[in-house]
Design a protein around this ligand. Structure first.
Ligand code: NAI
Length: 338
């Protein structure tokens, strides 16, 4: 039936208008916060993705310039630029995938609560518009704190009556990207071959890379595994400190966001066995949201995969992360109801 549905999709795509060379179905992607530090390189990378036929770039300001610039690149997608809240509906209409890197990154002198309140409000208002204009889109939330903004999004969608847990994702791909890079360096294996699941959440100790399952396997000492785990958990801080007040990870995040959106598009298009880690509604643990491997399909989440065998160190890490992750989830839900 997978083959039959692929054939059906291909023939549908063939009858659609577009470039003669086009073989993939029409797919609209919207980026909310497209003029920002993440948004701009993410817009570039999504313009390079041949699975995208229309790319809507939305921000409160600055998107006409970004859109004009990116639109000159000779790849498949048509670029649509939108600026200001009154254009948000147009940006979202017909979107298959919405990527949200809108918000403020952490800056010196800012408390976590300052960041939470600003970004939580932004995500809440953007998700209210998504529920109205593209309730069936797959939503990729990048805005931090992801451990709270994803529960906020779910509550907004529930209130609007559009919630589908299969279509809401917290983007944790940067943790996976970092874990792969750091592991390859230590294990002295080809980085392109490395697979490492990263589970839990997306902040500090809630990030739990499962190096015991990493392939190609290597005989790393427990000290080395511990150092790799800490470096993956603190990867964001490494960048914030190196940028010295000029923001947080943007280029590596744009790469990670593009990888995850590509996986969502492949799933929608019926490509089999598309698996990425993501922070989703989950029954893998007793927490309502949890990051783990997810199989992506034509409706978004096809299957939330379990954790597999854990080392003792990972079992300890799992128990240790639960209280913080639980309280971040609850904080998001509380905010959404306030
Ligand atoms: P930035 O400040 O450079 O860009 C943010 C953009 O969002 C700006 O262009 C701003 O105009 C826009 N924006 C603000 N309010 C908006 C609204 N209501 N609607 C649409 N756009 C709006 O920040 P940067 O560095 O791009 O980071 C963005 C977010 O991504 C932050 O919350 C940051 O913490 C998060 N982040 C997440 C990561 C992850 O792994 N999930 C990694 C790195 C950052």
């Amino acid at each position: 039936s997978m083959l039959r549905s692929l054939a059906r999709r291909t023939s549908t795509a063939g009858t659609r208008r577009g470039f003669a060379s086009e073989s993939a179905p029409d797919r609209k992607v919207a980026i909310l916060g497209a003029a920002g530090g993440i948004g701009q390189p993410l817009s570039l990378l999504m313009k390079l993705n041949p699975l995208v036929s229309r790319l809507a770039l939305y921000d409160i300001a600055g998107t006409p310039g970004v859109a004009a610039d990116v639109s000159h690149i000779n790849t498949r997608s048509e670029i649509l630029g939108y600026a200001g809240e009154e254009q948000l509906g147009k940006a979202l209409e017909g979107a298959d995938v919405v990527i949200i890197p809108a918000g403020v990154p952490r800056k010196p002198g800012m408390t976590r609560d300052d960041l939470f309140n600003i970004n939580a409000g932004i995500v809440k208002s953007l998700c209210t518009a998504i529920a109205k204009y593209c309730p069936h889109a797959l939503v990729n939330v990048i805005s931090n704190p992801v451990n709270s903004t994803v529960p906020i999004a779910s509550e907004v969608f529930k209130k609007a009556g559009t919630y589908d847990e299969k279509r809401l994702f917290g983007v944790t791909t940067l943790d996976v990207v970092r874990a792969k890079t750091f592991y390859a360096g230590k294990a002295k294996v080809n980085v392109a071959d490395v697979i490492v699941p990263v589970v839990g959440g997306h902040a500090g100790v809630t990030i739990l890379p499962l190096f015991s399952q990493a392939t190609p396997s290597a005989n790393l000492s427990s000290e080395e595994i511990e150092a790799l785990t800490k470096r993956t958990q603190d990867g964001g801080t490494e960048v914030v400190e190196a940028k010295a007040g000029k923001g947080s990870a943007t280029l590596s995040m744009a790469y990670a966001g593009a990888i995850f959106a590509d996986a969502c598009l492949k799933g929608l298009n019926g490509v089999p066995d598309v698996v990425e880690c993501s922070f989703v509604q989950s029954t893998v643990t007793d927490l309502p949201f949890f990051a783990s491997k997810v199989r992506l399909g034509k409706n978004g989440v096809e299957e939330v995969l379990g954790l597999g065998a854990l080392s003792d160190y990972e079992k300890e890490g799992l128990e240790a992360l639960k209280p913080e992750l639980k309280s971040s989830i609850e904080k998001g839900i509380k905010f959404a109801h306030a």
